[in-house]
Ligand binder design. Structure first.
Ligand code: ADP
Length: 475
């Protein structure tokens, strides 16, 4: 059994989490210890005890450890990608790409540890200097979701450690394998005991225990319902909090879009990674001049997507991650039909050679903005096409959502692209690119109901993982 990492020791727990392959339910990826509230308290206490020394470690020490972790992740990307594809169900090339991204994130933050700097400012008073510096926040709790089993743990853990914080990470129950592998790599890269702790198990049990144990900051990625509850609980306890929640990301297709490029963006954004990305293009907003041509071509391409085992070379769309996600997707398909949308293709559970959570990608047209499939985050391979009269209408539809993570436009017009970039109410805007698929060295995050608190990733990560100190020195 794979154990929890608490204070530098691998510790068991009962009962074990059985990690199953969603492409083949007879394939057990591994057994992982399930922690209780007591384990969580010990992990937070260990992180608290480790903080004074780690927060005063040299940037070189931190950079060396992060760099070593990044090198090992990159060197093992095929093995770790295979593990990731087996436990989460994204295709092997996508999984290997995600692992490589995790390695690059550690390399990037190894550099950030060395680049951290402050400011020296003249005071408005004579004979006084002002020094502005950044210090670590303290003990940071990380709660991560199942859809990016190594990249999200990496993009939270790497900046936390780079800036001198200690960490308690609670990965999603569905995908403990990648998080465990990351903990093992960090431990062997030379982190002192207690600096990074891994506590696996139920969010409902361990989430409250993490907050009650007295952490200084919490970074969460997951559902909106859980995120909003955690934000309220953190506010009541004075815990700094950062949330990344859902999206209902629009891709606008303007009349002058290049047809094949727009179809490719929609296909990738809506269905790759089985639609299980918070940046997925789940709303395709298509201007009337190109609508019928676009929909016809996208339907052909969608119906031809090969759904199958995540590890098979010919597979383009892997399984859905879990039984409950699959049931949720199929429920939305029924609701779309009941509300009057036209199902052009897909939307069915598939029985393939291995027992798994397979679903054919569902494409709806004739959707109105009020329908549940146009408003709610589905988090699966279900996309809704909305027809817009013109670009202005399309922009209004794009912004008519409680979410604001990513958005996109396909157009050949610089004027439209610029207008959309400036007026889209989203944290990330794509032009002639899928809404999903982002770089690792620049900020990630959204607006409205999608995000709360400072951005993640890139040098903007310092906003969350450090606190500013202003010092006045009389000369
Ligand atoms: P999803 O529906 O995508 O699984 P969740 O928000 O339920 O989204 O899960 C994201 C992460 O939050 C997981 O690690 C999960 O275990 C954790 N989690 C779930 N419920 C809670 C809770 N009440 N408090 C803290 N974390 C939770």
């Amino acid at each position: 059994m794979h154990c929890n990492l608490i204070n530098g020791e691998w510790r068991g727990g009962q009962p074990a989490i059985v990690n199953r392959n969603p492409s083949d339910l007879d394939d057990v990826v591994g057994e992982y210890a399930s922690a209780g509230a007591d384990d969580m308290r010990e992990a937070v206490a260990a992180a608290r005890a480790a903080f004074p020394a780690w927060s005063r470690s040299t940037p070189q020490q931190r950079a060396d450890i992060l760099d070593a972790a990044g090198s090992e992740i990159l060197a093992r990307k095929i093995e770790l990608g295979t593990l990731l594809a087996r436990e989460e169900g994204k295709t092997l090339p996508e999984a290997i790409g995600e692992v490589a991204r995790a390695g690059q994130i550690f390399k990037f933050f190894a550099g950030e540890a060395l680049r951290a700097q402050g400011e020296l400012v003249d005071s408005v008073r004579p004979g006084v200097e002002v020094l502005i510096s950044r210090e670590p926040v303290g003990v940071v709790g990380l709660i991560t979701p199942w859809n990016f089993p190594i990249a999200i743990p990496a993009w939270k853990a790497a900046p936390a450690l780079a800036f001198g914080n200690t960490v308690v990470m609670k990965p999603a129950e569905l995908v403990p394998g990648s998080a465990w592998a990351l903990a093992d790599i960090l431990q062997r890269a030379g982190l002192p005991a207690g600096v990074f702790n891994l506590v696996m198990g139920s969010g409902r049990v361990l989430g409250p225990a993490l907050l009650d144990a007295g952490i200084d900051a919490l970074s969460f990625t997951g559902s909106q319902a859980t995120g909003e509850r955690l934000a309220a609980d953190c506010a009541a306890r004075g815990i700094k909090v950062q949330l990344e929640m859902g999206g209902k990301n629009p891709l606008v297709v303007a009349d002058d879009a290049k047809l094949e490029q727009a179809v490719e963006c929609a296909l990738n954004g809506a269905f790759y990674s089985t639609g299980q990305r918070c940046t997925a293009s789940s709303r395709l907003i298509v201007c009337s001049g190109i609508h019928d041509q676009f929909v016809g071509r996208l339907m052909e391409r969608t119906a031809a997507l090969r759904v199958g085992n995540a590890l098979a070379a010919e597979t383009q769309i892997g399984p859905v991650a879990s039984e409950s996600q699959l049931a949720g997707n199929l429920g939305y398909v029924e609701q779309g039909l009941a509300e009057g949308a036209s199902l052009l293709c897909g939307g069915e559970r598939l029985q393939l050679a291995t027992r798994g959570y397979y679903q054919s990608p569902a494409l709806f047209a004739g959707c109105t903005p009020q329908m549940a499939i146009s408003r709610e985050e589905i988090f699966g391979p279900v996309a809704a096409v909305l027809r817009a009269d013109d670009y202005e209408h399309a922009l209004a539809l794009a912004n008519d959502t409680p979410f604001g993570l990513a958005s996109g436009i396909c157009t050949q017009s610089l004027a439209l692209a610029t207008h959309f970039r400036r007026n889209s109410e989203a944290g990330m805007v794509m032009v002639n690119l899928p809404t999903a698929g982002v770089d690792y060295h620049v900020p990630f995050g959204g607006r409205k109901g999608s995000s709360h608190g400072p951005r993640e990733q890139g040098r903007y990560a310092a906003e969350f993982y450090t606190t500013v100190k202003t010092a006045y020195i009389g000369l």
